[in-house]
Write a protein that binds this ligand. Structure first.
Ligand code: NDP
Length: 298
């Protein structure tokens, strides 16, 4: 392997310590940042994510709570809960864990969360602010985490050819919006690829920075990567592994072994982008709390 590893775990830990310091500073002003996560139903993966978010927010000194609702909860009941949290001054960040049961429309729920408390950065107001370059909104945690990884690893984005594979609203599109902004971690020339892209490798081979957010195990192989490129693997997939008790193991969208022979820097899975997502959620929550202090001080 010739590529240097980008250690997302270590960078996320550094951000968590910064957040804890910000939380302590807020405590001195009588404010304890509060993150409320709402989980509807009993999806096992969602329950794990939610538990990790509550634990991380408490470890940073915040008030973290999880409201667990049955899968039979109606959309009207969930919206009423969101309204209650919107009005609760002790709740600075609201996160409704996706996916929701099929009878609840996720867009309707997201639109009900006050943009000032939308620490997931999914509300159309926050998405719009991101696109026009306003910095007083909230940015979706995973792409925000990727930018932090690039900046803190000393990767120059200015003038770089950045190619993103994937155009989802939570990763690919906000990733493109961040990389194209005229500021630190931006100024890149951005290409967004998706399932209708003709000859994907033509694009990926041009990339100085290649970001894979596809959801297809190990789809990006070393022969699709330009020598010396920086490779960021957002993917979280499983593949068969007889040596594990579960019979599977976690893997990314990038075929790590072949990519690491060609790239200059690469994120591993696990231990790359994954830990950054929760770190950025904590940072968004502390920012939400800080803004309430600024508003009341006016
Ligand atoms: P989505 O399924 O919403 O989007 C996948 C994107 O990949 C789509 O735009 C799709 O194109 C594109 N795509 C699919 N197949 C191909 C192909 N053969 N060639 C080119 N493009 C293709 O996934 P998400 O964005 O939500 O997630 C992507 C991955 O990142 C997943 O593995 C997910 O688990 C992981 N993830 C990890 C997070 C973390 O914290 N580390 C957080 C969020 C996601 P089209 O639009 O045309 O269908």
């Amino acid at each position: 392997m010739r590529a240097e590893l980008i250690d997302g775990k270590a960078i996320a830990e550094a951000i968590r310590l910064e957040v804890a310091a910000d939380v302590a500073a807020l405590a001195g002003r009588g404010v304890v940042p509060g993150l409320t996560v709402v989980l509807v139903g009993d999806d096992a993966a969602s329950a794990t994510y939610v538990g990790a978010k509550e634990k991380a927010s408490k470890a940073a000194g915040m008030r973290g709570e999880t409201l667990r609702l049955p899968a039979s909860t109606t959309q009207a009941e969930l919206l009423a809960l969101v309204e209650r949290l919107n009005a609760d001054a002790g709740v600075h960040g609201i996160l409704v864990q996706m996916p929701l049961p099929p009878h609840i429309d996720p867009d309707t729920v997201i639109r009900h969360i006050r943009p000032e408390k939308d620490v997931d950065g999914f509300h159309p107001v926050n998405v719009g602010k991101l696109l026009i370059g306003h910095t007083d909104g909230f940015v979706s945690c995973t792409p925000a985490g990727v930018i932090e990884l690039l900046i803190r690893s000393g990767v120059e984005t200015r003038g770089a050819e950045a190619v993103i594979v994937g155009r989802s609203n939570i990763v690919g599109k906000p990733m493109a919006a961040l990389l194209v902004q005229g500021r630190a971690g931006g100024d890149a020339t951005v290409t967004v690829c998706h399932s209708r892209t003709r000859d994907l490798a033509v694009h990926t081979k041009r990339a100085d920075i290649l970001i894979a957010a596809i959801g297809r195990a190990e789809m990006i192989t070393g022969d699709m990567i330009k020598p010396g490129a920086v490779v960021i693997d957002v993917g979280m997939n499983t593949k068969p592994d007889a040596s594990k008790i579960k019979g599977t193991r976690l893997c990314g969208d990038v075929h790590f072994e072949s990519a690491a022979e060609v790239a200059s820097k690469i994120t591993p899975v696990p231990g790359g982008v994954g830990p950054m997502t929760i770190a950025m959620l904590l940072r968004n929550t502390v920012r939400a709390a800080e803004r309430t202090v600024l508003v009341t001080a006016r």
